[in-house]
Write a protein that binds this ligand. Structure first.
Ligand SMILES: NC(=O)c1ccc[n+]([C@@H]2O[C@H](COP(=O)([O-])OP(=O)(O)OC[C@H]3O[C@@H](n4cnc5c(N)ncnc54)[C@H](OP(=O)(O)O)[C@@H]3O)[C@@H](O)[C@H]2O)c1
Length: 427
């Protein structure tokens, strides 16, 4: 383990200023697949930021796969082990051995934690090391950290989660296109959102493992995978989605963990949601978790639930956290310029005199400022008329210059009203 004395900031030496290299922090990597390979690329790429935060230079001390590397050798040379093999064995054995040897461990392995979590957490406590697992649930969405730290003092009543991106993508596609489950699954496989063998995703078991982990943290109660009831989405028919849509309902594979009659229920099943539910708009391969508690009302976190680079980013966040107890805010590197003028889309509402040539005059001013109109609606209101327009994205300064000019036109009956339109699509 690294002692405080060995650390950059604690040693009193400003390594960056003095040009002295930072002490090395060795990270051993188990697994070099989708996430492992992305992590092996990300670690050196982000090393300067990690140095700035921790005062230590992270380096990969070794990589273990089925065909290369030796676990004992890597363990010997590492201060922290990242486990990205997946499954129960040998991942469990490696994680336990690493913690018994007083190495911190970061893992993304939901199956392992949902079936052997208590043993692993007890071992971490016994050996006074950190076992971090942000990437095991909802990929890069920082739900573990929020439950363990930000909401540590909250009395959680209920969690709802869309914690499997494959099934969410399939259901979104079925609702969007009317295609069958089999076709939507094939599409998910083609786009890399579903594995060749998707059984654990589509039958709900993957989501159940994640809900077991979340429930353990939120309710401070041991919960293992075999205590979670789960149902999948294989039986969902396009009809179900069509009728529900007419009623304003959307279908999701929902994980729930909630207090009921002094006990705890943890389950996963398809469920209809009304459009105003925070999880209703979570589409495609995205994940989201809603936490309900009397003190906080409700918090929803959402984002990409899987993917090599995304998951590796969550793993790196855990590595950094394990390197720096207690947390600190690093000095800024001042590399980025603050951007004042940005490109935005706008909705523009104009009340004008109802007479010929008004629209042309407005369009002329907009054109002079490189503002182009995406859509326009014109309505008469007796003496005056209302022009409602949506603009294509434009540099804000140009739009506001145009707006100042429009406000001065003699046919204007009220101050123009402009509201930005967020057009980004996340999935
Ligand atoms: N993929 C995602 O988007 C995602 C998202 C969230 C969490 N996760 C979790 O992240 C972990 C890794 O997932 P992944 O998708 O990266 O898996 P993957 O692509 O299947 O890679 C697994 C890696 O582990 C190695 N491995 C397998 N058995 C081994 C053994 N007995 N000894 C040594 N190495 C072994 C493999 O070695 P070879 O190269 O020799 O086959 C491969 O390099 C899993 O726990 C998964 O649930 C993944």
């Amino acid at each position: 383990m690294t002692s405080e004395k060995e650390r950059g900031p604690a040693s009193g030496i400003d390594h960056a200023a003095s040009g002295t290299p930072f002490p090395v922090f060795n990270v051993g990597l188990l697994g070099h697949g989708t996430v492992g390979a992305a992590f092996a690329e990300l670690l050196p790429a982000r090393a300067p930021q990690v140095e700035a935060i921790t005062g230590l230079r992270p380096e990969l001390s070794g990589v273990l796969t089925r065909s290369r590397g030796d676990f004992d050798d890597i363990l010997e040379r590492s201060q922290l082990i990242v486990e990205l093999i997946g499954g129960l064995e040998p991942a469990r054995d490696y994680v336990l051995r690493a913690m018994r040897a007083k190495r911190h461990v970061v893992t993304a392995n939901k199956q392992l934690l949902s079936q052997h979590g208590e043993e692993l957490w007890a071992t971490a406590r016994e050996h006074n090391v950190q076992l971090r697992f942000e990437a095991a649930v909802a990929g890069v969405v920082p739900v573990i950290r929020v439950l363990q730290e930000s909401l540590a003092g909250a009395h959680v009543e209920r969690l709802h989660g869309i914690v499997n991106g494959t099934t969410n993508f399939i259901l979104t596609e079925m609702a969007r296109t009317g295609m069958t489950y089999a076709k939507a699954l094939a599409e998910a496989q083609r786009l890399g959102y579903a594995e060749a063998d998707p059984s654990e995703d589509v039958d709900g078991r993957d989501a159940a493992a994640k809900m077991a982990i979340l429930a353990r943290l939120a309710f401070d109660t041991p919960v293992s995978l075999d205590q979670v009831r789960y149902e999948g989405i294989e039986h969902i028919a396009p009809d179900d989605l069509e009728y529900a849509r007419d009623l304003g309902l959307g279908l999701k594979l929902i994980g729930t963990a909630e207090r009921i009659d002094g006990g705890l229920s943890v389950r996963v099943h398809p469920a209809f949601l009304y459009g105003d539910h925070p999880l209703a708009s979570v589409g495609g391969p995205f994940n989201a978790v809603t936490v309900e508690s009397p003190a906080i009302t409700e918090i929803t976190m959402s984002g990409p639930g899987a993917g090599g680079p995304q998951t590796a980013s969550a793993v790196l966040g855990d590595v950094i956290s394990a390197m720096i107890p207690p947390a600190s805010t690093p000095p800024t590197s001042g590399e980025l310029e603050i951007v004042a003028d940005i490109v935005s889309s706008f909705y523009l509402h104009l009340e004008v005199a109802d007479r010929p040539g008004v629209l042309a005059a407005v369009a002329h001013v907009l054109g002079e400022h490189d503002v182009s109109v995406k859509s326009v609606v014109q309505k008469g209101l007796g003496e005056s008329a209302r022009l409602v327009m949506v603009m294509h994205p434009v540099l804000e300064s140009k739009f506001f210059d145009a707006l100042d000019r429009i406000a001065e036109l003699d046919f204007m009956r009220a101050k123009p009203r402009a509201i930005r339109v967020i057009e980004e699509e996340f999935h």
